[in-house]
Design a protein around this ligand. Structure first.
Ligand code: MCN
Length: 792
């Protein structure tokens, strides 16, 4: 079935209420901490209080003797049991042809700790309180070393983190033709330059990470319950790379998961420790992070320091761009850390524009901070922030409007090959901008600005035209770029004898509503209602295989795998129907849940066919197996390229520096939309995260000691509903050309497109005062300070 036929099916584009919400709203969800196994013990991790220190000794004797303690584990036992360190899933090759530096990432510290929160020991006791009390008794003798937390300080750090990276440098990577870019710059009529920082963020999923390790002596099998976004990947990494176990002996279950935003993609040390210790103690062992632990030990996001330049002709036509970025990787390489500031970042720097030449160079550094990895958007927010800030600055320097400079440079013919590897299949960027200006009432801005001025307030408008690559990705391209895994997805459609359906998907839902939207897809194809379709995910014991959820890939890759399985179901069901109707299967049509013989009024329902498949009394058994159950794997041929324009309007109080977001309009192109209500929710959530980054969220380590200064919600400001106006959303639809649903991912767009719109608006407001630059977050203190500095 083609994407345009699919878009016209019933239930597609319908705002079906989320099936999963009844469970969540009535407290019936099953999160990892809700799982209680027999004789469950509890683990507590002893974490480093220092950012960088040598471990002279660890004395666990008092802790082991404490009441209820089953054992205390340290790094030497890990090494003795040949448990490897955590692997990195993406190999980046430096410009000199050398592989990136991959220092060991032990699950319990061996000889050294490298960030505050690094894992030193695991205490297991009968009760949580006993484990906590005993953890206090673990005595660690440290020699404190100098710490480095800011990426700009990393090359000069007095004490390197890892022996194999004496200057803390992990890799230098580049894309584009430097020579060609430099020669365009040498002759350009105008060059705009910008230095900017993309602030470090803490993901803060509502449910902190949690895991239960379990071992069965009866069959020598492990089960790991874990709050995670991709259980099959977790299992693959843990078995094949870390523990050396056969995969079929480990089952990973990620039950209900209360948000992840990227931070639960990775294999973490705690997950391995619990699995390993469950066999050693022959006990089920639970660990649930408290919020302080989450701040310290979840992988963080962003943390780039960049310099960007755009070369233009006198009319504001972009001729070439060059960028240098220093990326903070934290203390160790997390699972996808190396892909974020490279493949997922630099390849997006052409944006929506025809810039013929782009050159990007990235230096990646180790620092004494928590590992940095993908966080909602992963590389693409960093690219969009840089590019869209630069583009608005170009406009201001040339005296053009923010809309006009974008319109002059938009790509309008597709497919479009960018100079940074990606090929966009389709889009309509001018249409998104035009609709966003209409929604935002851009024409009325000057009048509103005058009204604000009458109140003593400064009003500004900011534009951002983002593009992202999601639906990650073709395995062969990813492999050529360094991925150490495939990036397909798997779906199984199991039709039951009574005609209801269970779908098993390798995608994982942790807030995105898959149980509803995937059911809509199946119901649409088979002529059922979404209630007749159940969606199972998050269990390696039930789902055949999966690559999980990140990069807004689930509907476009996971959904497409289900579509392929549905094609197989339809083909087989038509054969059964043809037999029942005594016709040739070539003459059978299937629509609205009915099989008909073309040109006749003979028909049979999907339910009758399903029953026949399992009660094959009248059945072509000589040619066809009974049953109606199909599995498919889908590997996309390209990314999908959602794009849009966001317009933000702010009022700034020059006396206090307080920024109020007064209007926010977002027009996105997600191709065909399955469920507009869920998509709207995804965009709202993304916008809140992006605007949060732009205005208040900031993860700060002390530059001298390496202590995390923003380790609780008292110090790390999370956005709240009353920080925002009612968002105005609009859509343009250019269906993706290469997946059978025509969908493009929507899960990250809001977080990608919004930060530059906000900062551009604040800078626009502050222009009369001479403020030309501002880094995120534009907190009132920072804005006020920038105003004072400009006035001085
Ligand atoms: N959808 C749709 N029509 C489209 C595109 C998507 O109806 N054209 C629906 C999908 O069917 C799905 C939802 O929208 O129900 C999101 O789909 P998609 O864009 O494919 O993204 P994923 O499901 O793969 O979700 C991942 C994405 C990412 S990468 C992050 S990070 C993120 C996000 O989703 N983390 C989230 N949204 C989140 N939402 C919640 N509540 N919690 C998180 O941790």
């Amino acid at each position: 079935m083609g994407a345009s036929d699919f878009a016209n099916l019933p239930h597609i584009g319908a705002a079906v209420r989320r099936k999963e919400d009844y469970r969540f709203l009535t407290g019936a969800g099953q999160y990892t901490d809700d799982v209680v196994l027999a004789a469950q013990a509890h683990a507590v991790f002893v974490r480093s209080p220092h950012a960088h220190a040598r471990i002279n000794s660890i004395d666990t004797s008092a802790a082991k003797a404490a009441p209820g303690v089953l054992d205390v584990f340290v790094g030497t036992q890990v090494a003795a049991d040949n448990i490897n360190g955590l692997p990195c899933g993406w190999l980046i090759t430096s410009t000199d042809g050398q592989p990136m530096k991959e220092p060991p990432h032990p699950i319990l510290a061996q000889g050294k700790v490298r960030y505050v929160g690094d894992h030193v020991a695991m205490v297991v006791a009968e009760t949580l309180q006993q484990a906590r009390d005993a953890a206090e008794l673990v005595a660690v003798d440290y020699d404190v070393l100098n710490a480095v937390v800011d990426v700009r300080d990393a090359p000069q750090a007095r004490d390197a983190l890892h022996d194999i990276a004496p200057d803390n440098h992990c890799f230098k990577w580049a894309i584009g033709d430097k020579g060609a870019v430099d020669s365009v710059f040498a002759q350009a009529a105008h060059i705009t330059k910008l230095d900017l920082i993309n602030n470090r963020l803490v993901p803060n999923a509502m449910e902190p990470r949690a895991a239960i390790g379990s071992y069965s002596r009866a069959n020598d099998e492990y089960t790991l319950y874990v709050s995670n976004q991709n259980p099959h990947v977790e299992r693959l990494l843990m078995t094949a790379f870390v523990m050396g176990l056969p995969e079929h002996k480990v089952r990973v279950i990620a039950p209900d998961v209360g948000g992840g935003f990227g931070s639960k993609i990775y294999l973490y040390a705690e997950d391995v420790c619990l699995t390993w210790a469950s066999k050693k103690l022959n006990r089920n062992i639970k660990w649930v992070a408290d919020r302080s632990e989450a701040f310290l030990s979840d992988a963080h996001g962003r943390d780039h320091v960049s310099h960007a330049e755009m070369a233009m002709d006198a009319n504001g036509q972009f001729l070439a761009m060059r960028v240098h970025t220093d990326a903070n990787l934290g203390a160790y390489l997390s699972t996808f850390a190396s892909a974020v500031p490279t493949i997922l970042y630099a390849t997006l720097l052409a944006g929506q524009y025809t810039t013929p030449q782009v050159y990007v160079e990235v230096d990646a550094w180790f620092t004494n901070t928590a590992p940095v990895d993908a966080y909602r958007g992963a590389g693409r927010p960093e690219a969009t922030y840089l590019l869209e800030r630069l583009v608005s600055r170009c406009a201001w320097e040339l005296g053009l409007s923010q809309a006009e400079i974008r319109r002059r440079n938009f790509i309008t013919t597709f497919p479009y090959q960018t100079p940074v590897a990606l090929q966009y299949d389709i889009g309509d960027y001018p249409a998104c901008l035009a609709q966003a200006e209409q929604l935002a009432d851009a024409a009325g801005f000057e009048a509103r600005k005058t009204a604000s001025a009458a109140k003593g307030l400064l009003r500004g408008i900011g534009y951002s035209s983002y593009i992202e690559a999601c639906g990650i990705a073709p395995s062969n391209i990813a492999g050529a770029l360094g991925a150490r895994a495939g990036l397909f997805e798997c779906g199984e459609v199991r039709v039951h004898p009574t005609g209801s359906v269970t779908v098993f998907t390798g995608s994982h839902s942790h807030g995105q509503g898959h149980e509803t939207t995937f059911a809509q897809v199946v119901a649409a194809r088979l002529g059922l209602t979404p209630d007749q379709v159940d969606v199972v995910h998050g269990d390696t014991g039930r789902v055949p295989f999966g690559m999980g959820t990140y990069g807004s890939r689930s509907i476009s890759v996971g959904g497409a795998a289900i579509m392929k399985a549905l094609d197989k179901i339809e083909t087989k069901a038509k054969k059964i129907a043809a037999h029942l109707l005594e016709a040739s299967d070539a003459d059978i049509d299937f629509a609205n849940g009915e099989f008909t013989v073309r040109g006749t009024d003979k028909k049979v329902t999907f339910g009758q066919v399903a029953l026949t498949a399992y009660v094959p009394h009248n059945y072509p058994l000589d040619k066809l197996e009974p049953g109606l159950n199909e599995t498919a794997f889908y590997d996309p041929t390209n990314f999908t390229f959602p794009a849009g324009t966001y317009i933000c309007e702010v009022e700034v109080d020059p006396a206090t520096g307080v920024v109020k977001v007064d209007r926010f309009s977002a027009v996105d192109d997600f191709g065909t939309i399955i469920n507009p209500m869920i998509v709207e929710g995804q965009v709202h959530g993304g916008l809140v995260q992006g605007i949060g980054q732009a205005l208040i969220e900031n993860c700060v380590y002390d530059r001298e000691t390496g202590q995390l200064l923003t380790g609780s919600f008292m110090d790390y400001a999370m956005p709240r509903a009353d920080d925002f106006p009612e968002f105005k959303l609009g859509h343009v639809c250019t269906p993706c050309t290469h997946n059978p649903l025509g969908t493009k991912g929507c899960g990250e767009a809001g977080a990608i497109g919004s930060p530059p719109a906000v900062i551009n608006a604040v800078l626009d407001a502050l222009q009369p005062l001479g403020v030309k630059d501002l880094d995120m977050p534009a907190s009132s203190a920072r804005v006020w300070a920038a105003i004072q500095q400009a006035r001085a």
